[in-house]
Design a protein around this ligand. Structure first.
Ligand code: HEM
Length: 157
């Protein structure tokens, strides 16, 4: 079922359609959660962050398991819009930023939640939290955009 042709009409398997769509909207979902913080709705902000993190981890697992069963990305790669060498570099940059972002996300989520619940000094918390989180938002958005581009390169262009 997951490996049957998906609903986007590109010929890609269903699981890749679902995951790509999710990563296409992830930056907007994250921005919505950040908007809660800007509006000082902190409980909504951290609860939505935890939920988004869990859903994203499930998506990444689905992707990793799907790819292993499916035989890897290179199964789909045909020299076309991009040479194999350039595509491999693009893929490596995407994977590197993705891995760093997910590690940073885990750390920021855990430490922020613990510090917030412990009632630390909010001025100091806000200063360091905003700095790390903006960087993290940038990394996650870059990962999402490059992920969608990889899908487009493999199945559309
Ligand atoms: C679950 C743990 C988290 C808690 C408890 C938490 C809590 C907070 C709080 C209290 C603020 C307001 C700081 C202030 O201006 O006084 C804030 C702001 C912010 N948070 Fe979080 N947060 C969490 C996770 C995250 C994560 C994982 C991200 C990144 C994706 C994030 C992104 C942001 C951003 C960008 C702001 C600044 C918004 C602005 O410009 O005013 N937060 N957070």
């Amino acid at each position: 079922m997951l490996f049957e042709t998906g609903f986007l009409g590109t010929g890609a398997p269903l699981y890749l359609d679902v995951i790509t769509l999710y990563f296409g909207i992830l930056p907007f979902i994250l921005a919505g959660s950040i908007l809660f913080a800007i509006r000082k709705q902190y409980a909504l902000h951290y609860r939505s962050q935890i939920a988004i993190f869990i859903i994203t981890v499930v998506m990444v697992l689905l992707f990793e398991i799907g790819m292993r069963i499916d035989g890897g990305f290179m199964t789909y790669m045909e020299e076309g819009v991009m040479s194999m060498a350039l595509f491999s570099i693009f893929l490596a940059v995407h994977i590197a930023v993705a891995v760093i972002s997910v590690i940073l996300w885990t750390i920021v989520l855990y430490t922020s939640f613990r510090e917030y619940k412990a009632g630390v000094d909010m001025v100091e918390f806000a200063r360091t939290h905003k700095r790390k989180s903006r960087l993290l938002f940038g990394g996650l958005t870059f990962t999402s955009v490059t992920g969608v581009l990889i899908y487009l390169i493999l199945f559309v262009w």
